[in-house]
Design a protein around this ligand. Sequence first.
Ligand SMILES: [Fe+2]
Ligand SMILES: [Fe+2]
Length: 277
Amino acid sequence: MKARFPKFDFSNVRAHWAPNKEFAQSYNASSLIPAYVEPFLLKVMRIAREKVNPANTRLIEEIDIFCKQEMQHCKHHIAYNKIFRSQGYEGLKPLEDKIAAEYDDWLKNRSLRFNLAYCEGFESMSAGACEAWFEQFGDLLVGADQAVADLWRWHLAEEFEHRTVCSDVYHELSGLNPIARYFYRVYGFIYAVKHLGTFNKAAASYLLAKDRENMTPEELEASLERQKVLVARIKRSAVPKLLKVLSPFYDPAKRRDPQGLQEFLQEFEQRPAALAA
Ligand SMILES: [Fe+2]
Ligand SMILES: [Fe+2]
C-alpha cells in the first residue's frame, strides 16, 4: 500500500467514453461520488487519527497513506467530472450541492461513530466494485477511452489496497461491545449503500434522460434495452458482494486480490508518462 501520483489527460475525453453509452453514463454518475465522499473521508480520518492509540503506529501510518490516496482520487475525479459535465450535463449541480451539504452537516452534527461506520460502509462497497471492475466488466472496457478506464482501474485498485483502514479505525474507536459494534457496522453499511445508491441512480437517470432527448424512437428503444441488460448485470454482480459484508465474520483483510490487480498496478507504475516522480 502506497501513495501514487498519476497524471491523466482528460482534455479529449467524451462523456460516452465506452462503446456501451449506458455503462459510460453509469460510471460518470459514480465518478461524481468521490468528489464529495472522499473529502468527507479525509476529514473523518483526520479527526479519528487524533484519537487512535499513538502506540498503534501501523494504523496511524496506514491512515496517512489512505489520506494521500483518497486525496489523489478525488482530485482526478474532479478533473474528469469537470470535462464530462461541460458536455451538456450542467443540470447535475443541484444533486451535487445536496450531497455536499449533507456531508458538511454530518461532520458538524453526527457522531464520529456514525461517520466512521458510514466510511467503512463506503469502503466495503468500493472493494466490491474493484472486484467487479477487474474480473467482470472486461468486455465493457474493450474500445473504451484508456484515460477513463485507467482512472477507474487505478482508483479501485487503491481502494482495494486500503480496504482495511476504515475498518480498523472503526473497530478501534466505535466504543461498542463486539455485538453492538457488528450491528452498528451493518447499519453504517446499509446506510451508505442506500445513500450512495440513491445519489447514483438520480445522477445516472439525469445523464441518460439528457442523452435520450435527441434520440429517434429506434435509438431510444435500443438504449432502454441496453440499460435493462446492464442494470441486471450490475445487480447480479453486486448483490453477492454486498451480502458478504453483512456477515458477522466479514473481514476486509480476508478478501482475495482480484485477478489482474497486481499486474495492472505494476504496469501502471512503470509507465513513464503516467506517474509523477
Ligand atoms: Fe478513493
Ligand atoms: Fe477508499
